[in-house]
Design a protein around this ligand. Structure first.
Ligand SMILES: [Zn+2]
Ligand SMILES: [Zn+2]
Length: 839
């Protein structure tokens, strides 16, 4: 054979797989054989770097491994093309979004091909194509029909840079998830999805997701944020209800003031015409411009203003002054928070700052705290004090008693509160699916009938799409003006578009049809129910943990709605989830190890690596660099090590090519083998066991690769001996090539063919190991004490001298014979005898 030449080999096998439809999933085998391997599809907002490559390569390893294990694997790919990521990048690059997306899709598709990742491209989806977004709009209608989509004028998160409303989930640490600008609040009419109605089920069904990382499940549970507590009916002095939610009704007697969120609708009324009006409204205005996340941070400096008004505490009948405070949030509870400075640290800080009273109503067991002495809020368990009839009740264990009391007195009721808010779905941007609603003066909001979908975007050339804060579609009057689907009168189209998060809530359902099937159906359905029933749920989903409370939560919600509406038959879309770690590299700008990204200047292009070493080398390096769930550092000068190993594999196959040509893989029990050949035979079985185990149970691709490296070393060490046992050589070489296939598919296809097999190696199946062949030989060794045979021990044939010595001295029989005598010397004749000299 010639020297290893990845360029030729890789192009050859990529063409071969394509020509032979190797990754076409037909779905004709029994359902228990199916395996849906889904890797999160990318935003086509630029080209891919080697860091991006990690999850696609991991997905490909799983796909190929499962195929070799005999599964019917569906591995599709597509483009999350609508929305802010692509549109922002297009604007930055001064291109029209559609053009920008088209160019990137072509480039990225080529990158996938050159990595050798296998997809069934007949199922490709692009969320920005009308035949796809027709059905994204349909999903909106499904929710609308079920009362789960509504429009409301509300203060919403606003990104001043992207100039659009954002969902709560898109505001990360107070900043726009997309561009990093600080989010503010803005009053706008916006569309919401009632995800809160599914809060309980989204939480409960987390228990079905045993194969999800614990971290993701916890993040979702925290985001949903269920807490049990009481709704307590405070009232203004004029009788207007001012209900609050509290998880600590046992502290109700300690309330000394009330904090209102600056957004609270009652504030304007409370201060109207009063001397405090101007100051209070100015304070509200100022705080409302601050990011909500910063306000809810425990460390934030507490500030507030008194409104001058009071409310009545139902349990004590006391007048409680009403304040507006920056740390009170409209999203939590009712926007009015009872303040108990003695037992809540934030209230304590606020009370100290403004000289408000502090009253201790929970006393530690056997102690007596004084309000003027405490240095911080007492939040531990204790006994209720100064709390009317309930004084003496232990707490918090006694909270149910307190609740029952409140209910009996008509002061409040038990209730469950969720942190999650409804999902803001509308965007004031061009690049998204138009919301399929028509506003009619006579009929109100009228959904566009399904047969009129898609509501297509006007062409980009007709639109000034860079964002100005209102939907650019509003300016295209020819598009906006339409007829009401209900009464036929003049009406206007809704001009907001749908967030791209909705596009990605169902793409894996669309994959279950091929392009031909979609066309043949006249695009008359979003997906084929039988195909969905066959392929869903996804057996393995692979993607980044940053989607934990965005895509992964939204998708679970939408699938539950589709299930309730009878469109799908499963409750949870993703059976198993794997979240890969990031590839990091030292940034020349900051000098620090950072996630690979353009803005850090530490991006490595796969093109350069493939050009220098080949795609298989890049794949091997990416997989070998560390456990896939952990972050790993990319080091340019270490890549060559992966290439050297592949050169070695190539040479090994080349050296033994002639020897093994006529041989069948060794299938005996090892008894007939010379020691060196036997060692290779055993190592082969052990390696198969180790690699299988590493992939199957923990996805430890790095240690799996290390195990194959050991096998290669063992074959090298056997030298000429292995050439004299061609059957063993063949067994070892074929196992090596098959075990390496998921990691380095091109090289291994080439060698498999060189061994005289028909391609593809995928059809050859995964090698099997024999447990008894893995077991090391054992030897029985006689032990002499002072020259007399006294005992026998059994040790592994390859046990070290030290191990044999320890085993001999540890033998019960030997201890008995020695009976406390001093051991002077232990002579070990490896594999033969141990002699102990004692006195
Ligand atoms: Zn932004
Ligand atoms: Zn109408």
């Amino acid at each position: 054979m010639d020297a290893y030449d990845p360029k030729t080999i890789e192009a050859k096998w990529q063409a071969w797989w394509e020509a032979h439809g190797t990754f076409r999933a037909e779905g004709r085998r029994p359902r228990d054989k199916k395996f849906y391997c889904l890797t999160m599809f990318p935003y086509p907002s630029g080209t891919l770097h080697v860091g991006h490559g990690r999850n696609y390569i991991i997905g490909d390893v799983v796909t190929r491994y499962k195929m070799m294990r005999g599964a019917e694997v569906l591995s599709p790919m597509g483009w999350d093309a609508f929305g802010l990521p692509a549109e922002n990048a297009a604007i930055k690059n001064q291109k029209l979004p559609a053009t920008w997306v088209r160019e990137n899709v072509a480039r990225m598709k080529d990158q996938f091909r050159r990595w050798g990742v296998g997809y069934d491209w007949r199922r490709e989806v692009n969320t920005s194509s009308p035949d796809y977004y027709k059905w994204t709009q349909w999903i909106f209608l499904v929710l609308h029909e079920r009362g789960l989509a509504y429009r409301k004028h509300a203060p919403v998160n606003w990104c001043p840079s992207c100039r659009t409303g954002l969902a709560n989930e898109e505001v990360v640490d107070g900043r726009c998830e997309r561009c990093g600008a600080e989010a503010t609040l803005k009053d706008l009419p916006q569309w919401f999805f009632r995800i809160t109605e599914y809060a309980e089920r989204l939480l409960e069904d987390l228990s079905l997701l045993e194969k999800w990382p614990e971290t993701v499940r916890t993040m979702q549970a925290n985001w949903i944020g269920r807490s049990e507590g009481a709704r307590v009916e405070f009232r203004l002095e004029d009788g207007t209800p001012l209900p609050i939610f509290t998880t600590r009704p046992d502290t109700l007697w300690g309330v000394t003031f009330m904090s209102l969120a600056p957004e609270h609708p009652l504030i304007a009324k409370l201060v109207a015409g009063s001397e405090r009006e101007r100051e209070v409204l100015a304070f509200c205005e100022r705080v409302r411009r601050q990011p909500a996340a910063a306000r809810s941070d425990a460390a934030v400096e507490k500030e507030g203003v008194p409104t001058g008004a009071c409310c009545i505490n139902p349990v004590s009948g006391e007048r409680v002054p009403l304040w507006v405070a920056n740390y009170a949030l409209m999203e939590y509870g009712t926007g009015a928070v009872m303040a108990v400075p003695a037992h809540d640290q934030r209230d304590f800080e606020f009370a100290k700052k403004y000289g408000l009273p502090i009253r201790v109503v929970i006393q530690p067991q056997g102690k007596s705290l004084r309000a003027d002495e405490i240095q911080e809020a007492y939040v531990e368990a204790g006994v209720m004090a100064d709390s009317g009839d309930l004084s003496g009740t232990p707490t918090p264990s006694g909270i149910p008693e307190v609740m029952a009391h409140l209910e009996k007195q008509g002061w409040g009721a038990r209730t469950v509160h969720y942190r999650i808010r409804d999902w803001l779905i509308s965007r004031q941007r061009y690049w998204g699916a138009p919301i399929p609603i028509v506003h009619c003066a006579k009929c109100g909001e009228v959904p566009v009938p399904v047969e009129k979908l898609p509501v297509e975007l006007p062409p980009e050339t007709a639109v000034e799409f860079p964002p100005r804060g209102e939907s650019p579609l509003a300016k295209v009057s020819a598009w906006v003006n339409t007829k009401c689907p209900a009464c036929g009168g003049a009406a206007n189209r809704e001009t907001d578009t749908l967030a791209q998060w909705l596009c990605s809530c169902w793409y894996f359902l669309r994959y279950t049809m091929t392009d031909e099937e979609r066309r043949a159906s006249g695009n008359a359905k979003p997906f084929d129910r039988a195909a969905v029933d066959y392929w869903m749920p996804v057996d393995q989903y692979i993607g980044g943990v940053e989607h934990a409370v965005l895509h992964l939560l939204y998708t679970r919600f939408i699938c539950k709605v589709l299930c309730d509406a009878g469109h799908v038959g499963f409750r949870e879309p993703f059976q198993a989830l794997f979240t890969q770690g990031m590839i990091c590299k030292q940034s020349p700008r900051t000098g620090k190890l950072e996630k690979m990204s353009k803005s850090k200047g530490n991006v490595v292009s796969p093109d350069a690596v493939i050009e220098a070493y080949g795609a298989d080398t890049q794949r091997l390096y990416t997989l070998f660099v560390g456990p896939p769930q952990k972050d790993a550092e990319w080091q340019d000068d270490a890549v060559v090590g992966a290439r050297r190993f592949l050169d070695r594999v190539w040479r090994l196959a080349d050296e033994h090519g002639a020897t093994v040509a006529g041989a069948e893989p060794y299938a005996g029990n090892g008894a007939d083998l010379a020691p060196e050949a036997k060692a290779v035979w055993r190592k082969t079985h052990q390696t198969i066991r180790k690699v299988t185990d590493d992939i199957e149970h923990s996805w430890q691709f790095n240690t799996a690769i290390a195990a194959v490296m050991e096998l290669v070393n063992a074959m090298g060490a056997a030298g000429e001996a292995i050439a004299e046992a061609p059957a063993v050589a063949r067994l070892a070489l074929e196992a090596m090539v098959r075990l390496l296939h998921p990691f380095v598919p091109h090289l291994t296809e080439e060698l498999w063919q060189a061994f005289g097999h028909e391609p593809s190696i995928l059809a050859a199946g995964w090698p099997l190991f024999d447990e008894s062949a893995c077991a090391e030989d054992v030897l029985e060794i006689p032990i002499q004490v002072n020259g007399k045979l006294r005992a026998r021990i059994t040790v592994p044939a390859d046990a070290s001298e030290e191990a044999v010595r320890t085993a001999a001295l540890g033998s019960e029989r030997v201890k008995e014979v020695l009976a406390g005598a001093q051991v002077r010397k232990v002579i070990v004749i490896p594999g033969r005898l141990v002699n102990i000299v004692a006195k």
